[in-house]
Design a protein around this ligand. Structure first.
Ligand SMILES: [Zn+2]
Length: 228
C-alpha cells in the first residue's frame, strides 16, 4: 500500500471518529435540534461484476461507515476522465446493482465530466467514466453524479423533526462560515442513523469542521423559498 493510500485511510478514520465525537463538541445552533454534518469524500460504489473485473475478487471491508451496513473497502480505483485523472479513490461496499461514482463539482471539472446533481441510485442519463485498478479496467457507460446533499434519519427521527421521506428542507449549517443550504433531501429508513451528508465543495464553503452541526429551519415552498 502506498503512502497516499495510507494517508487517505487515516484521514477517513479521523473524520469518522471526529464525527462520532461531534455531538458532545457541537457548535451551538440558534434553534432546533442539531444534526451531525459529515463530509462525503469522492468515492465509488461497484457492481459485483465490475468489482470482479477490477480486482479479480469480491470487495474487502476494512471499516464500517456511519450508516449501518456500509463499509470502506481496502480496494481503491483510479478515475480516468476526458480531461483528467484522479487516483486512490475510495470504494464503498457492499456491492450494488450498478456501479456509481460520487464526486464534487470541482472533481467533475478536473475530470472533464458534466456530472449532474442526483440522489444516489438515480443514474439514468448520467455521464460515464473509466475506472482502473492495478489489474483491471472498466468503462462505465453511466453513473457519475454529484450527490444531492441529504439527511439520513429513522422514521422516529422524521416524526420528531416533523419531516417526511424525500421532502426537501432548508438547513442552517454552522461553522466558521455559516450558511443555509436549500434543497436538502430527507431520506428515511429504519436502518439509517441521523446525520447530514454534504460534499467537500459544500463543506469547504461552510468552513466545515467535525464539530459543525446543521439545523432544519424550514421546508422547500412552492416558490423555492424556505418556509418555517
Ligand atoms: Zn449519505
Amino acid at each position: 500500500m502506498n503512502e497516499n493510500a495510507i494517508r487517505d485511510i487515516l484521514e477517513d478514520i479521523v473524520i469518522h471518529v471526529m464525527s462520532q465525537l461531534g455531538p458532545q463538541a457541537a457548535v451551538p445552533c440558534p434553534e432546533g435540534e442539531p444534526i451531525a454534518v459529515e463530509l462525503s469524500a469522492r468515492h465509488v460504489h461497484l457492481s459485483e461484476a465490475d468489482a470482479l473485473a477490477l480486482f479479480g475478487a469480491p470487495l474487502t471491508p476494512v471499516r464500517d461507515l456511519s450508516q449501518p451496513g456500509q463499509f470502506l473497502c481496502r480496494e481503491r480505483v483510479r478515475l480516468i476522465g476526458p480531461k483528467g485523472v484522479m487516483d486512490n479513490i475510495a470504494v464503498l461496499g457492499p456491492a450494488r446493482g450498478s456501479s456509481q461514482v460520487e464526486i464534487s463539482r470541482t472533481d467533475a471539472r478536473i475530470l472533464g465530466v458534466d456530472a449532474p446533481v442526483r440522489q444516489s441510485g438515480d443514474i439514468d442519463g448520467t455521464p460515464g467514466i473509466i475506472l482502473a485498478s492495478q489489474t483491471g479496467i472498466v468503462g462505465l457507460e453511466r453513473g457519475v453524479i454529484v450527490a444531492a446533499r441529504h439527511i439520513h434519519m429513522t422514521p422516529s427521527d422524521a416524526h420528531r423533526l416533523g419531516v417526511r421521506d424525500n421532502e426537501r428542507v432548508c438547513v442552517r449549517v454552522g461553522g466558521e462560515r455559516p450558511l443555509v443550504l436549500e434543497d436538502v433531501v430527507v431520506r428515511v429508513h429504519e436502518n439509517f442513523r441521523l446525520s447530514m451528508h454534504i460534499d467537500f465543495d459544500e463543506g469547504n464553503s461552510a468552513g466545515w469542521s467535525s464539530a459543525v452541526t446543521g439545523t432544519i429551519i424550514g421546508r422547500k415552498g412552492e416558490h423555492g423559498l424556505c418556509r418555517p
